[in-house]
Design a protein around this ligand. Structure first.
Ligand SMILES: *Cc1c(COP(=O)(O)O)cnc(C)c1O
Length: 364
């Protein structure tokens, strides 16, 4: 039996008719940049996920960039972030001329370790970017307490955590602002690029809305420096079709994760922790094993797709070599990168495919 790591064609085949009808309507109405479909999506997204308001943008990197502009980070400032994440988490920090300062993650969840944050704070530290990696909420109470004590701006990168809850509340607004991605492989994926920005305070929302359209509220009048961070009408239209399915898709991911957790019996395997404070949406189910490469080979020979997310922590990327965070300085992230492997966990997986993944891993 073949089990792909991810197959986006199944979801798009199932939604083909309503999706093409929505896209056709946008086409016929020439609502190409922002417009009614995007406005509707912003309202639908905010109310479905539990945010006071939301802004749709043209990638998941865009709201992180906008958040760094709004936070006022700049040259000489340091922003704390985890090293075990997608690089886009910290691009915005670099775009505004500030410097990422990587702090190690927890062994059990791959998320920022609150116990290690304070040692990294200097007079230059201005903010923290928290990532809810693989859909698992980070320890927000501890992180927010540290941020308040030191006056730090908090951005939550929820690109992998749409719908995830921390102590019953949706991730994204425990700090100042939250960001999302609708890249096709994400839990809520567009037919192209997309993202969203949520703010706790309305003035921040309004400022981000102006930044999104060239720092402008009135056409050709630019009160602040902005950019082009607009979502396409087509993405808004498509995401409106998909959004009502998100909670069922999430429930299926959680059910698959529960089976992996209960039925994977391989010795020396480390399953991700499932702490009671957080409800993961399982963007990934990432395990660790000391013989990871041999295990991946074992899967590949039996037609089970796996992925290596992430092979190189951010402090070891060439683009950040000048930061001087040397090999050995963030051992938990480095060990995670060396031993992790992600298993198939998309909503359309069949029970028989899940059986097969479990049987294959247990036979290693
Ligand atoms: C996907 C992702 C982003 C944003 O990516 P885009 O490709 O720009 O949509 C940011 N952070 C994390 C952790 C991600 O997984």
């Amino acid at each position: 039996m073949k089990v792909p790591f991810l197959d986006l064609s199944l979801q798009h085949k199932a939604l083909r008719e309503p999706a093409l009808a929505a896209l056709t309507s946008t086409y016929d109405g020439t609502r190409f940049c922002l417009g009614k479909d995007v406005e509707d999506f912003e309202k639908n997204f905010a109310s479905a996920l539990g945010y006071p308001r939301a802004l749709a943008m043209n990638s998941g990197t865009a709201p992180l960039h906008v958040a760094c502009m709004i936070a006022g980070f700049g040259p000489g400032d340091e922003v704390i972030a985890p090293p075990f994440t997608f690089i886009s988490t910290v691009w915005g920090v670099s775009y505004v001329g500030a410097t990422p300062r990587f702090v190690d993650v927890e062994e059990g969840t791959f998320n920022l370790d609150p116990a290690k944050i304070e040692a990294a704070i200097t007079p230059r530290t201005k903010g923290i970017i928290v990532v809810h990696l693989f859909g698992q909420p980070a320890r927000m109470d501890e992180i927010i307490a540290i941020a308040r004590k030191h006056g730090l701006y908090v951005i939550e990168d929820c690109a992998q955590a749409v719908g995830a809850r921390y102590k019953g509340k949706p991730v994204g607004l425990f700090g100042d602002v939250g960001t999302f991605s609708f890249y096709p492989t994400k839990n809520l994926g567009g037919c192209g690029e997309g993202g969203a920005f949520v703010a706790k305070d309305e003035p921040v929302h309004i400022k981000a809305r102006h930044i999104r359209v060239h720092g402008s509220d009135r056409r050709y009048y630019h009160d602040i420096v902005g950019g082009n961070f607009r979502m396409d009408g087509f993405q808004g239209a498509l995401l409106n079709v998909k959004l009502p399915h998100l909670s069922a898709w999430t429930a299926r991911r959680q059910a698959v994760a529960a089976r992996y957790r209960a039925e994977i019996k391989l010795a020396d395997v480390r399953l991700p922790d499932q702490p009671t404070y957080g409800q993961s949406v399982f963007h990934q189910f990432t395990i660790r094993h000391p013989r990871r490469d041999a295990l991946r080979e074992h899967f590949a020979k039996r037609e089970v797709g796996t992925d290596l997310i992430y092979p190189v922590p951010l402090h070891q990327q060439k683009c950040y070599a000048s930061l001087g965070q040397v090999l050995g300085s963030l051992p938990v992230a480095e060990k995670a990168a060396a031993t992790c492997v992600s298993l198939p966990i998309f909503p359309e997986l069949t029970d028989a495919q899940v059986d097969h993944v479990i049987a294959v891993i247990n036979s290693f």
